[in-house]
Design a protein around this ligand. Structure first.
Ligand SMILES: [Zn+2]
Ligand SMILES: [Zn+2]
Length: 158
């Protein structure tokens, strides 16, 4: 399986929380925008959506799709609900949710869009008091993620 491990280091991979839907990107990742528009807020249940352009996406598992506008649809896992992407109808290009990447640091944003929907408190985020998960929750050491762990799955395949 060493060939697959090498492949993973040169191509972005990712997927949903439960692992039922996985993807790998066979071309270099494109532009990454943080979208503040109202549709992205609703589709992700979040304040904004970091999305990275990706072509040559190969899926394992079939994502659900919802037509969120007259020009595009949103992909998600039918089992765990993780928002996965936005895609224009008829396009082979995806806008992947960067939080679904196994390495989210691989897609730093290069622009901000949908600013008409940007929430009033977003600009103040960087100045707020900070704490880690352990600082926030004394029982943090007892928290065990039940999410799909790509690195652990790769070890088990070896
Ligand atoms: Zn899932
Ligand atoms: Zn948007």
């Amino acid at each position: 399986m060493s060939e697959q491990a090498g492949y993973a280091t040169t191509h972005a991979t990712g997927g949903c929380q439960c692992g039922a839907v996985r993807y790998r990107v066979t071309e270099p990742l494109g532009a990454c925008g943080v979208c503040h528009c109202r549709m992205c807020q609703r589709a992700t249940g979040n304040a904004f959506a970091p999305l990275v352009t990706a072509r040559g996406v190969i899926w394992e598992g079939v994502p659900g799709r919802y037509a969120s506008s007259n020009i595009s649809e949103r992909g998600f896992c039918r089992d765990c609900g993780t928002p996965l992407f936005m895609q224009d109808f008829g396009s082979d290009e995806y806008e992947l949710m960067t939080g679904t990447l196994d390495d989210p640091e691989a897609a730093p944003p290069d622009h901000v869009c949908g600013t008409e929907g940007r929430l009033g408190w977003v600009a103040a985020l960087a100045a707020l008091p900070e704490e880690t998960t352990a600082e926030n929750n004394p029982a943090a050491q007892e928290i065990r993620s039940l999410q799909y762990q790509a690195a652990e799955a790769a070890k088990e395949e070896r």
